[in-house]
Design a protein around this ligand. Structure first.
Ligand SMILES: Nc1nc2c(ncn2[C@@H]2O[C@H](COP(=O)(O)OP(=O)(O)OP(=O)(O)O)[C@@H](O)[C@H]2O)c(=O)[nH]1
Ligand SMILES: [Mg+2]
Length: 445
């Protein structure tokens, strides 16, 4: 077992609360808990106790205490949990006593890091735990829970073992090079297996975009000429008055952002300043610069145009890409809309005022953002996973070429492919990325 010092933190959220959960983990945690409680507690049994400062007997709080003996605990170490009142004053006196008794405040993600080091979960599962804590939509939650269950770890490990199995006869050939005409037979056996592995990894990689969309969300920029009804549309989508609406052209200047759940995908919607080529002041120009930059950087653009407007819409239409939306606004005013639109755009007509056409637009927008997204299978949810699979595919492609003419090189390639996949679960060589991954955790997790 990995033996560290004894750490503590509030495991439940910060601030006032009916109940707050504090967690102690490490070799001294049970000893410290017994000193606070003043009696021995039975493993895994919640008992109502008074916690007291052993120095003077002053009461800290009354609450539940539970001990978990190693290795059957979240961290795999001895753990003590206190469920106390969620009060700032209680927290201060508890921390004071715990520090005096030799424990120290935990760093971000330190409990999970210990769990990882003690084999309670692997790296993909640790990441899933962070994703679950951050999950905003049910789809994100489902994906995180599946990964926490070991879904990704199982396929990554499965592939790694398959590669190692293919590699074994190649290694045998390297060790015993004199035993007849082995290379041809090996190439015959291993070649197709390597191709098959590379193909299934490539197919899996192609599904990863959706998984990362679920985890990371998408950004949508609402763009268009002044007064087109962009802010009105954003307010209608959000169901609240997020952005100022007025009949003065150039009302919106800064980017106003809101978040929506579109079919389980978190969409960050940016309302932007109206784009036009006419004379403008410095503030307007800066607003337009920001609008353009946001439009270019967004995953999807929604151009809003008022069919009755005198503003030229060229600046807006030039920013559109295939798959983007073109929305004709103010349908309640009954203006005819042009039949021509930029190729590949999805065209809608709606009124933010009456709501006409709004739900059809939301349905199509949801389809564009989350269509086909499901959280049912194993998925490469992070850039790190995608990189590992890409590395494995490249190594297998090299092995494919080397197998007939230089089996010892093919064996090395296969080993590199297996190594790359091993990084997903942290089975090999991940020490250098641990810091980066765990720094994104919250304290107490
Ligand atoms: N009748 C009608 N008026 C609308 C509709 N949507 C917006 N408007 C009006 O159009 C004007 C401009 O609306 P905004 O939402 O502020 O337009 P904008 O595109 O954000 O404008 P800027 O921020 O100035 O670029 C306001 O007077 C709105 O009330 C609509 O669906 N029907
Ligand atoms: Mg506006």
């Amino acid at each position: 077992m990995h033996r560290g010092d004894t750490i503590f933190a509030r495991a439940s959220g910060a601030g006032k609360a009916g109940v707050a959960v504090y967690r102690l983990s490490g070799p001294e945690s049970h000893n410290i808990a017994n000193q606070l409680v003043g009696k021995r507690i039975i493993n895994r049994e919640a008992v109502l106790v008074a916690l007291r400062d052993p120095k003077d007997g002053a009461i800290i709080d009354r609450g539940l205490a539970i001990l978990f003996e190693n290795p059957k605990s979240f961290t795999g170490e001895d753990v003590a949990e206190f469920h106390l009142h969620g009060s700032h004053a209680v927290e201060i006196s508890l921390y004071d006593v715990l520090s005096r008794l030799g424990a120290r405040p935990a760093e971000a993600g330190e409990f999970t890091l210990r769990a990882l080091k003690n084999g309670k979960l692997d790296l993909a599962q640790a990441e899933a735990l962070a994703d679950l804590i951050d999950a905003e939509t049910t789809l994100q939650k489902k994906q995180a829970l599946g990964q926490l269950d070991g879904r990704l770890s199982a396929v990554a490990d499965g592939w790694r073992h398959e590669i190692l199995a293919v590699m074994a006869p190649l290694e045998a050939d390297i060790d015993f090079p004199d035993e007849g005409d082995v290379p041809a037979a090996i190439a015959e056996a291993a070649g197709p297996a390597i191709v098959r592995l590379r193909e299934s990894l490539t197919a899996f990689l192609e599904t990863s975009g959706r998984a990362r969309t679920i985890r990371e969300g998408v950004s949508i920029a609402i763009i268009g000429p002044p007064n087109a009804g962009k802010s009105s549309l954003v307010n209608a989508l959000a169901g609240s008055e997020i952005a100022i609406v007025s009949d003065i052209a150039g009302t919106t200047r800064d980017i106003v952002e809101t978040r929506l759940d579109l079919g389980g995908v978190v969409a960050s919607i940016a309302d932007t300043a109206g784009l036009h080529g006419a004379h403008h002041d410095a503030i307007e120009a800066e607003g337009m610069r920001r609008a353009r930059a946001r439009a270019e950087g967004a995953d999807l653009r929604v151009a809003v145009l008022d069919p009755k407007s005198e503003f030229v819409s060229r600046e807006t239409l030039d920013l559109l890409k295939p798959g983007d939306f073109l929305v004709w606004s103010k349908a309640d005013l009954g203006a005819a809309i042009p039949t021509q639109s930029p190729t590949g755009t999805i065209v809608h007509q709606l009124s933010s005022k009456s709501g006409a056409g709004l739900s059809a637009f939301v349905t199509d927008l949801t389809k564009a953002v989350a269509g086909g997204a499901n959280a049912d299978g194993p998925a490469l949810t992070r850039a790190r996973h995608v990189r590992a699979v890409e590395d494995a595919i490249n190594a297998l492609a090299r092995a494919e070429i080397n197998i007939t003419r230089a089996p010892e090189l093919a064996a090395e390639d296969a080993r590199l492919a297996a190594r790359a996949l091993g990084q997903i679960t942290g089975a090999v060589g991940v020490e250098d990325v641990l810091g980066e991954i765990f720094s994104s955790f919250c304290i107490g997790k």
